[in-house]
Design a protein around this ligand. Sequence first.
Ligand SMILES: Cc1cn([C@H]2C[C@H](O)[C@@H](COP(=O)(O)OP(=O)(O)O[C@H]3O[C@@H](C)C(=O)[C@@H](O)[C@H]3O)O2)c(=O)[nH]c1=O
Length: 186
Amino acid sequence: MPRFTRLALPEVIEVVPDRFADPRGFFSEVYNRAVWREGGIDADFVQDNHSLSRQPGTLRGLHFQTPPMAQAKLVRVSRGRAFDVAVDIRAGSPSYLGWVGVELSAERGNQLFIPEGFAHGFLTLEPDTEFLYKVSAAWSRPHDRSIRYDDAAIGIRWPAPVDPDALSPKDRDAPALAATDTGFVY
Ligand SMILES: Cc1cn([C@H]2C[C@H](O)[C@@H](COP(=O)(O)OP(=O)(O)O[C@H]3O[C@@H](C)C(=O)[C@@H](O)[C@H]3O)O2)c(=O)[nH]c1=O
């Protein structure tokens, strides 16, 4: 049975799937709807994403989609290592602006579940880090938002330097959360 751990923001869940090692390597179920639902992850995933970040110090985020295209995400690293963050952006939430961060690695195969109402971002810690993740709503450019990864009101302590040259234009020019209408109300 995979291990499901609710983090300091209890809506955010870390999952450590089982791995069955043998002389060939290992086998692992990385998503099984009934089992993940029992662990508290009950989302209707409709799209799978894959990204590669070549340089360590690549930061992607902080991203979310506004309602009605809000996305829950189940993210993992299939190569390399990254620091993965979820931020509560639900106006009126007792943990509004709170954040949690977890190191995800291909070696551990751990996953992070980020529900709707949370912004998501990550900083890669090794070259050629690949992310695989499921989302519960299709991508929609008009609903896609980025807020500053270094927003002082959130105060994320990134564990390694961010390479400013590796930011996308969207992330480089992102507004602060206070200047963004997220559409999320607790
Ligand atoms: C997110 C996304 C992007 N795209 C396209 C748009 C663009 O041309 C190219 C790169 O998009 P982006 O710069 O937004 O990619 P990226 O910065 O990797 O965006 C991702 O960041 C992480 C942190 C998340 O949480 C994801 O939900 C997503 O927002 O891919 C799709 O076709 N479908 C998608 O679902």
